[in-house]
Design a protein around this ligand. Sequence first.
Ligand code: ADP
Ligand code: MG
Length: 215
Amino acid sequence: MVITTKDLQHLFALIAADIAAQRDHLCELDGAIGDGDHGLAMDAGCEAAAKAVAALDPAQAAPTAVFNAAAKAFLNAVGASSGPLYATAFMRAGAAVKGRPALADEEFVRAFAAMAEGIRERGKAEPGEKTMVDAWKPAADAALEAWASGASLLECLDLAEQAARQGCEATRDMTAAKGRASRLGERVIGHIDPGAASAAIVIASLAKFAQHRDG
Ligand code: ADP
Ligand code: MG
């Protein structure tokens, strides 16, 4: 069963709802080691993305247009550093599925991996630097590896969700090498990274999306 523009519209709505539900929690996490706006930034970005995507006519817009609309809306809605990071992620997903009228499961896995790679390249962050890359990279690696060994999309995204959670939890013991938290040195130890926490929520939404489809 392919993933259509309509399915992607549902996915962006799901992400926006899941992030909105955690908005205050994400602000609290950012309050401890940043400027306290991460929940507001992600909520505004995801809501704008979902709205822009919902406005597209599924009969006219291919998946690449969905991701591009999400990227543009997210960037315009968010002034914080998560803005260009997620905009790049969605642009890369759009490029990964260019020309496809609907997505086979493998193409969805590739789009997911392209998002993680886009964030890593845009932020120039590597795992271990206490950023959202600590959730995105292991999640994408887990999904790609599972897909290569014959797993279903649902299995891939469940494994990605677990890897993202673990990656997020691991940021607790790190000092930050990128972003605002990098100015605080050892003081950030003991706190999870807000961007890794929101990434884990977004990736859990992707897994939920696959569960709805297949479950
Ligand atoms: P700001 O720091 O501008 O207020 P947000 O609060 O929206 O932006 O996002 C903060 C999160 O952005 C951090 O928790 C971290 O995960 C992520 N981040 C910051 N800089 C980078 C970077 N260079 N690469 C990847 N992620 C980053
Ligand atoms: Mg912030």
